[in-house]
Design a protein around this ligand. Structure first.
Ligand code: FES
Length: 144
């Protein structure tokens, strides 16, 4: 008996499909309050852009040249982070993302780690800019 072929539409969870195909957060913010960029071993890159109001994350947008699962993972990180305090946002883990999506393929676990890693870098960047406001101008140079 051969293995059943995985059907993208039938076999993925609704959450996975929603996060994988959601496009409204795919946006490059020119002067974000926090910016993180990470490239994984697969060679794909995720960039995260934070907009912070007070001590809360108002919105998260991202850009990636990665796979559909990376889009799902980055959207999930954004979904978790928006409205959270900066302190609480550090508690978001790749395990949370994997659990939420329900059907992230095992070969794409690293995509969750990549998205969360870029997010942590954006949080760290926010902290750094807050401590060193003189870095704000000229701190964000998006590299192609
Ligand atoms: Fe490279 Fe998903 S980010 S395979």
């Amino acid at each position: 008996m051969g293995q059943e072929k995985f059907d993208l539409w039938q076999d993925h969870s609704l959450r996975y499909l929603e996060m994988a195909f959601r496009t409204d957060r795919r946006e490059i913010i020119e002067r974000p309050n926090g910016y993180g960029k990470r490239t994984g071993e697969c060679g794909d890159t995720v960039e995260m852009f934070l907009t912070v109001r007070g001590d809360r994350i108002a919105s998260v947008s991202f850009d990636t040249d990665g796979c559909m699962s990376t889009n799902a993972c980055a959207n999930t990180v954004a979904e978790f982070a928006e409205g959270k305090s900066l302190e609480k946002a550090w508690e978001i883990t790749s395990e949370d993302v994997i659990k939420y999506l329900e059907t992230l393929p095992p070969e794409n676990i690293h995509c969750a780690e990549l998205a969360v890693g870029a997010f942590y870098l954006a949080l760290a960047n926010y902290k750094d800019l807050k401590r060193n406001p003189y870095k704000i101008y000229g701190s964000f140079h998006r590299r192609k």
